[in-house]
Each structure stands twice: as C-alpha cells, then as structure tokens.
Design a protein around this ligand. Structure first.
Ligand SMILES: Cc1cc2nc3c(=O)[nH]c(=O)nc-3n(C[C@H](O)[C@H](O)[C@H](O)COP(=O)(O)O)c2cc1C
Length: 169
C-alpha cells in the first residue's frame, strides 16, 4: 500500500493552512476502525485545534522543539473503564497508526508524539486538560500540511536479515 511506504514523520508544516474539523473527523474515523483486543475499543480522542489550547501544550516544558510548528493535534486517550483487557495499549497503538496512515492518504503531514509511558508528558497532559481519573493519555498526533509533496517519500527499511523462517536457527 502506497501510504505505508511514503508515510514519514513530518514535523514542519505550511504556516497558514489549517486542518479542518471535517478532516479531523475523517482521521478519527480511521482510528476507530483499528483492531481491538476482545473488541473492547477502549479509546476516546481529543481534537486540539484552538490556538489558546495548543499554546498550553506547546509552551509546557515537557514538550519542546518542533511541536510548536503543529497546526492541530489529536490526543489518543484510553478510557480505563473500557480498558479491561490487558492488551489495551496495543489497541491504542493501532488506532494511532491508523491516524498516521489516513493522514498520509489525505496529504496531511503527521507525527506520533509518545505520551504513555513517559512520566513527564503523561502528567503534563493530564494536568493541562484536567482529565478525569479514568482517562489516560496514550499518544499525541501532531498534524499540518507539509511544505512539499516530497515530504512524503519512500525510504526502504526492509532488512531480510531480521526475518527467521519457522524457528530461530
Ligand atoms: C511510540 C512512538 C513515540 C514517538 N515519539 C516521538 C516524539 O516524542 N517526538 C518526535 O518527534 N517523534 C516521535 N516519534 C516518531 C519517530 O521519531 C519516528 O517514527 C522515527 O524517527 C522514524 O521516522 P519515520 O516515522 O519518518 O519513519 C515517535 C514514534 C513512536 C512510534
């Protein structure tokens, strides 16, 4: 699939091009299509696209560097009341990856910012958004339109030496 090949972590974006709410919903629809252990779907999502709110994240000491260039974010969250299967973090990773692939398909640049299990960011996000105790942040996806179509490019990561067939030897 083309999107898997050309997806890149894109961290610089066109300054004055926002990501519409409609596009954000399409991205979250993709997230919700992810596989989920025991079909618990333990996720919920927060769209962060208002300048004042984004500033709270961007100016927090736990988030530095390129994050200031993002035009919007999707915060991928676990609802611990639904996360009754021990594999639930894997569901959230699959949902996050679906967002990145759908974004690539739509020509939107994106990158995954790890929140779970980083002590400082996990606490920072809980505090900034005043999350209830049953809602735990997992990842933050930064979004925007890339400065060039060439920012989506194929870098071949294939390494045949990492594959074993039917056993370790
Ligand atoms: C769990 C996870 C956490 C990540 N956290 C960050 C991050 O905090 N900041 C960042 O700039 N990139 C982050 N990335 C993106 C990686 O740096 C990136 O995927 C890697 O360098 C490979 O580049 P590519 O995505 O273009 O293939 C993260 C990726 C994953 C999967």
């Amino acid at each position: 699939m083309k999107e898997i090949k050309v997806r890149r972590s894109i961290r610089t974006f066109i300054e004055d091009k926002k990501v519409s709410r409609e596009s954000m919903e399409t991205l979250i629809r993709a997230a919700m299509q992810a596989p989920s252990a025991m079909n618990r779907k333990p996720w919920c999502f927060m769209v962060i696209d208002e300048e004042e709110v984004m500033k709270k994240l961007m100016q927090h000491p736990s988030f530095t560097g390129k994050i200031k260039e993002a035009k919007a974010f999707i915060l991928v969250l676990a609802d611990l009341e639904k996360a009754t299967c021990r594999l639930f973090h894997q569901d959230l990773a699959a949902a996050t990856q679906n967002i990145l692939l759908e974004a690539t398909h739509m020509g939107i640049g994106s990158y995954w910012i790890g929140v779970y299990e980083t002590d400082n960011r996990l606490e920072a996000v809980k505090e900034i958004f005043n999350l209830p105790t049953n809602i735990e942040p997992f990842s933050l996806v930064a979004l925007g339109y890339p400065k060039s179509e060439d920012d989506f490019y194929f870098r071949d990561n294939f390494d045949a030496s990492l594959i074993k067939y039917n056993g370790w030897e």
